[in-house]
Ligand binder design. Structure first.
Ligand SMILES: C[S@@+](CC[C@H](N)C(=O)[O-])C[C@H]1O[C@@H](n2cnc3c(N)ncnc32)[C@H](O)[C@@H]1O
Length: 265
């Protein structure tokens, strides 16, 4: 690939006009570069490669970049925030499931334990949320880059959701991807206290400190994460929620269950 072609694709990526095949061509070119090349141009391309992120396979990239503007918008934003394509996959498959069940517009979306902010960004850049409210304990350097590409209708709160109460608007979507252990339970509780819809992808559990089973009971389960998720679903059902269970493809994340709760009243 000659330099003009590379520059033209990079320009298209920046402007948001890049096509899936062009993006793949650029990646293949950068991947195939001599690793010992130490020219200014070589260093520049490597820098771009590090921004494009650690693509696991072209197959994944192809799946994420059909001629779908939502996918491409998110991929472009993630690329320039240095966010791994695996994270893009999680957000896209998560929201495919969520929007199919709950619809594709909310006045308020709460992205709890938001980390890099990519989930809330999906709702913002595709004009699917009136306002996105991010909550996370920590500052995230990817989010600091990502926010440059966001419209202004969002806010970010540095809050420990286990210790501080957070206020949410009735009807708003409460969402969280990979909130570790009891944080997922807390996210569900925040939504259920207001009878709001929720969608979560649970993450790693500390089996001895989960809120559903004592260590003496959980030790009998081979699939401890499955048991904890079943208990979460049961609790939501007992609180009058209809629950839908979906999954993100396992090659994108092994912590891949999507639990969606719809208040029945
Ligand atoms: C595994 S990361 C997931 C981040 C993001 N949702 C994603 O999918 O990439 C968990 C996030 O929860 C945040 N977190 C941990 N404890 C928290 C707490 N008590 N209150 C709010 N956020 C918390 C961390 O700072 C981190 O960003």
């Amino acid at each position: 690939m000659d330099k003009d072609r590379v520059l033209s694709i990079i320009g298209d990526v920046r402007n948001g006009n890049v096509s899936g095949p062009d993006f793949l061509e650029l990646r293949a070119h950068i991947d195939g570069m001599d690793p010992h090349l130490n020219t200014k141009w070589g260093r520049r391309l490597k820098k771009i490669l590090s921004r494009i992120g650690n693509v696991h396979s072209n197959d994944l990239l192809e799946r994420l970049t059909p001629d779908c503007p939502q996918d491409l918008n998110l991929l472009r934003l993630a690329t320039f925030a240095g966010i791994d394509i695996k994270e893009v996959g999680e957000v896209l498959y998560f929201n495919q499931a969520v929007t199919a069940v709950l619809g594709d517009h909310f006045d308020h979306v709460y992205d709890l334990c938001s980390g890099n902010g990519l989930n809330g960004a999906y709702w913002l850049i595709n004009d699917m949320a009136g306002r996105v409210h991010y909550f996370d304990l920590k500052k995230n350097h990817h989010f600091e880059k990502l926010r440059n590409g966001l419209p202004s209708n969002y806010e970010h709160h540095g809050v420990n959701i286990l210790e501080e109460d957070i206020e949410i608007e009735k009807g708003g979507l409460v969402a969280s991807i990979h909130a570790c252990g009891v944080l997922t339970d807390k996210v569900m509780n925040i939504a259920m206290a207001q009878r709001n819809p929720f969608a979560v992808v649970p993450c790693c559990n500390d089996y001895d400190n989960n809120v559903h089973f004592s260590p003496e009971v959980i030790k009998y389960f081979e699939d401890k994460d499955g048991a904890i998720d079943a208990a979460r679903i049961r609790k939501a059902q007992e609180q009058g929620y209809n629950v839908v269970l979906r999954a993100v493809p396992k090659d994108i994340t092994t912590q891949n269950k999507v639990i969606i709760g719809i208040p029945s009243d």
